[in-house]
Design a protein around this ligand. Structure first.
Ligand code: GLY
Length: 361
């Protein structure tokens, strides 16, 4: 349960904001800053963390780590469960498609012991983009493959090209398209006496979703992966933060790891996962570092259409992090009820996300 901020945390954020943006302060409305209790942070040893949709993923990764698996193999196997799950409409198979009804996926991974990274952007027809990202890491001298090239590379390594658009996702896309405007030719179900056909835009708000997973294995090595179908109904070709090293994830074997979900554009403009790991290197706890990244994004958000009437960011980004000692923490820009999944030698648990602004919705 998020708690009121302590004076020291407020002081920390004040200092952090000043250090990050100097005299310029944007989005100046007071921030709520909720934080979880430090008592939930765990001591040294193997640990796996994931966004809230990864409770099965952390268990799978944990089980593999207990048998001696490398953290990278474990986290990729963990998120594969979500990639193949048709009921998660933000990741892999069953993910919501782009504006043309095509599922385009992004993923990246990073291996702490070797410092290597791999990713795929805008890949179509491949159910497990995180496995392909891992192959980019292992079997190429590149870091990022996109589009047709990424699919060709996957096929070269034996992946089948499959239809990833489930009936549920197709129907959601059709509903979105038919309700975008009252002035186009796509009409939702209606009767002939209705005016303003297709005015039902608000319920069709787009979502970001995504899963991030990081782990420390028995050898003390750290690895990370992030995988997503990205922003629902995005412009075809759009790539989010998930496959970008430093944005959707970052990992340093001597320091810790971080990853993100939520509005990727905000993260791309701030490379927040890299920032979080650097803040951990400087002495922040994982939660403090994630809050610092939220603060940085809030202070850099200047587009009026992204701000609410209080001048606060009107979107969300979540961050998840761990340090070399096995401590975990996370934060989001707008919150109050958000949690993430974790597992250590005490078993699985959920951790409250700290937040900058209380989510009123
Ligand atoms: N964070 C996922 C995306 O924006 O695509």
């Amino acid at each position: 349960m998020a708690t009121d901020p302590t004076p020291s945390r407020r002081q920390f954020l004040k200092t952090a904001a000043a250090a990050s943006v100097g005299a310029a302060t944007f989005g100046a409305a007071p921030r709520v800053v909720g934080a979880r209790t430090p008592a939930l942070q765990k001591a040294a040893g193997p640990v796996v963390i994931s966004s809230r949709n990864g409770t099965n993923a952390v268990q799978k990764a944990w089980d593999m780590i207990q048998t001696g698996a490398d953290a990278l193999d474990a986290v990729v196997a963990g998120v594969n469960l979500v990639e193949e799950d048709p009921n998660d409409t933000s990741v892999g198979y069953g993910g919501l498609p782009n504006a043309n009804g095509v599922v385009q996926l992004d993923s990246a991974c990073m291996h702490g012991p070797t410092g290597r990274a791999g990713g795929v952007g805008c890949i179509e027809g491949i159910k497990y983009p995180s496995k392909v990202a891992k192959l980019v890491l292992e079997r190429t001298d590149h870091v990022l493959l996109v589009g047709q090239g990424a699919q060709d590379f996957a096929v070269m390594h034996g992946f089948p090209v499959e239809n990833l658009l489930t009936e549920r996702a197709r129907l959601a896309w059709v509903q979105w398209r038919e309700n975008l405007s009252t002035r186009d030719e796509y009409l939702p179900p209606h009767d002939a006496n209705t005016s303003d056909i297709g005015a039902d835009y608000e319920p069709q708000q787009r979502t970001w979703g995504t899963i991030h997973c990081s782990a420390i294995d028995l050898a003390g090595n750290i690895s990370s992966v992030t995988t997503t179908s990205g922003l629902a109904y995005k412009i075809p070709g759009r790539v989010g933060d998930s496959p970008i090293i430093g944005a959707g994830l970052y990992c340093d074997n001597e320091v810790g790891a971080a990853g993100s979900t939520g509005r990727g554009e905000a993260n791309l403009e701030n490379l927040a996962s890299f920032l979080i790991v650097e803040r951990i290197r400087m002495g922040d706890s994982p939660e403090q570092a994630c809050l610092y990244a939220c603060e940085r994004i809030a202070d850099h958000t200047r587009k009026a259409y992204l701000l609410n009437d209080k001048g606060e960011p009107d979107f969300n980004v979540q961050f998840y992090a761990l340090n070399k000692a096995g401590e975990v923490g996370g934060a989001e820009i707008r919150g109050g009820r958000g949690k993430f999944a974790a597992i250590n030698s005490d078993g699985p648990f959920l951790v409250d996300l700290a937040y900058l602004y209380k989510n009123e919705r």
